[in-house]
Write a protein that binds this ligand. Structure first.
Ligand code: NAP
Length: 481
């Protein structure tokens, strides 16, 4: 569960706010200090991966799949310190158990847990032990950056520490002995090198260090054109405006894409419950607003496959790769499947659902809020304090998207044939070609099925999400969380 913060958005972000942050954190690779040693270790022997955010839901699967891959010779699982003084191993046992993953994996001798703070200056080595830092710095081949506060409530400025953290990690990659040696070797002869691998406008040679950033389709929240959103980082921040979360991810994408790291930003949509055991963090649940849900374990598997490419130094990642379920389920389909799954689990009976179960999003939002009030009328202050942030998160995300959608419609946006491909929040549709090239089996991903939804429901049931449901499948579904 992410650390909570209950602040809410106060003022809308402007394009200038975004440009200011990009300007503040933009990296000049040539201005970075050279590494203490020029020794490059182990780069031809296999992949040495530094992955952040492995205590999270996606990170647990990514860590497991990395360790399942014989190409990987070492994994540094980098996380911030826990709030309850739990050891790293304990936190990973918890996240692996939650994800239905084999705990034996955590005993793998290739795995090193690292606890540190990416927000500190590079000179402070993220607050980690010098020898571990040096070893990581001299050997890393791939950085996968997943650590990020997943909240839709914050305005852009609240994400500034995370932007700084991402940039520090980029600097870490740019100053490794391998990156540095590569720049030195090729810097003077840059014009003779394959134009493909030269960075515009500075024409720096491509770094051998790969950097994969987990971004989001919310960076395209204000894309209202009738064409698909391209798999390129847009030069104009205007399309990212809408939610601080997406705006901040866009800032990182822009800065990353300007560096000579071999990088890509993954535009992921909503990741839903895993196909391993249905696990889906209850407060990430994004009620019915996104139609191209991708099971989180599947996203992790493809992300790991991507991280193992490219095979040659010249093969360069595209600027961004969109990862959405290739088989979208229309909104009505999700509702129907959910009702079916709830019925199968005896949490609701068909008889109790009125024929007109589908209501416009604004009505749904009102009912959601009213239902929450009713359910909580009997709770004590302590219980309410626990559940309120979860509700606020869901309400805030849903209302932002619904209000936005209504405004766009009122604002005269013509309904086009592309609208049926858009997410319900009315953004996209998205170009999606790169993932098929870099991870061809992505095409085979199946649509969300009633069994998937049953899996999430069983998982949530185990977590105590549903209480007070009558044996014959009465109407009331109550949330304990
Ligand atoms: N889940 C989705 O639907 C989705 C969709 C698109 C993109 N993504 C992206 O995928 C990544 C992983 O998401 P997830 O679903 O695994 O989220 P998650 O379960 O909430 O995990 C987030 C991870 O980031 C760490 N983290 C959060 N705030 C941090 C901070 N301020 N400083 C350092 N570490 C921090 C958490 O550490 P603690 O354990 O210490 O809290 C945890 O390891 C994120 O970058 C997210 O934006 C997710």
């Amino acid at each position: 569960m992410p650390h909570d913060d209950r602040s809410s958005r106060t003022h809308p972000t402007s394009v200038q706010d975004i440009e200011d942050l990009i300007g503040k954190y933009r990296i000049d690779p040539e201005g970075l200090k050279p590494p203490l040693t020029s020794k490059v270790r182990g780069s031809s022997d296999g992949e040495v991966v530094l992955v952040t955010g492995t205590t999270g839901s996606l990170g647990a699967y990514v860590l497991a799949y990395l360790l399942d891959n014989p190409q990987v010779i070492r994994v540094y699982a980098f996380n911030r310190p826990g709030i309850k003084a739990k050891s790293h191993l304990e936190r990973h046992i918890q996240s692996f158990s939650d994800a239905g993953l084999n705990l034996e994996t955590l005993n793998d001798s290739r795995l090193t847990f690292v606890e540190g703070n990416l927000e500190t200056e590079l000179d402070d080595r993220f607050g980690i032990d010098q020898s571990v830092y040096d070893e990581m710095h001299q050997t890393v081949t791939t950085i996968i950056h997943l650590a990020w506060p997943v909240t839709m409530k914050w305005e852009l400025s609240k994400f500034e520490p995370s932007i700084k953290a991402a940039c520090n990690l980029m600097k870490f990659g740019l100053t490794t002995p391998s990156s540095y040696a590569n720049r030195q070797e090729t810097g003077l002869n840059v014009d003779q090198r394959d134009a493909e691998i030269l960075m515009a406008p500075k024409r720096l040679p491509l770094s051998p260090v790969k950097f994969i950033f987990s971004s989001s389709i919310l960076t395209a929240m204000s894309w209202t054109k009738t064409t698909t959103f391209p798999e390129e980082v847009q030069a104009n921040p205007v399309y990212a405006l809408g939610l601080g979360y997406g705006e901040a991810k866009y800032v990182v994408q822009r800065i990353l894409q300007e560096t000579p790291l071999n990088s890509t930003s993954l535009l992921m949509g909503q990741l839903c419950g895993s196909r391993v055991n249905g696990s889906w963090v209850a407060d990430h649940w994004f009620p019915r607003l996104v139609t191209r849900w991708l099971p989180i374990d599947i996203a992790a598997w493809h992300l790991t496959e991507l991280a193992m490419c490219p095979k040659s130094r010249k093969e360069r990642y595209p600027q961004s790769i969109t990862m959405l379920n290739p088989r979208p389920t229309p909104l009505e389909g999700h509702v129907r499947l959910t009702i079916e799954a709830l019925h199968k689990q005896k949490l609701v009976s068909y008889a109790t659902i009125d024929a007109d179960a589908m209501v416009p999003p604004s009505v749904w939002l009102e009912r959601f809020s009213e239902g929450f009030r009713k359910i909580n009328s009997g709770r004590n202050a302590k219980e309410l304090k626990l559940i309120a942030p979860v509700y606020e998160e869901l309400y805030s995300t849903a209302s932002t998207l619904i209000i936005r959608r209504a405004r766009l419609r009122v604002g005269g946006a013509q309904t086009t044939s592309l609208d049926s491909q858009r997410e319900v929040g009315f953004f996209g549709p998205f170009e999606m070609e790169n993932i098929y090239q870099w991870s061809p089996t992505f095409r085979e991903i199946q649509a969300i099925s009633v069994e998937d939804i049953e899996g999430w429901i069983l998982y949530w049931k185990k977590k105590g999400l549903f209480v007070g449901v009558s044996k014959d499948g009465g109407q009331m579904i109550r949330s304990k969380l």
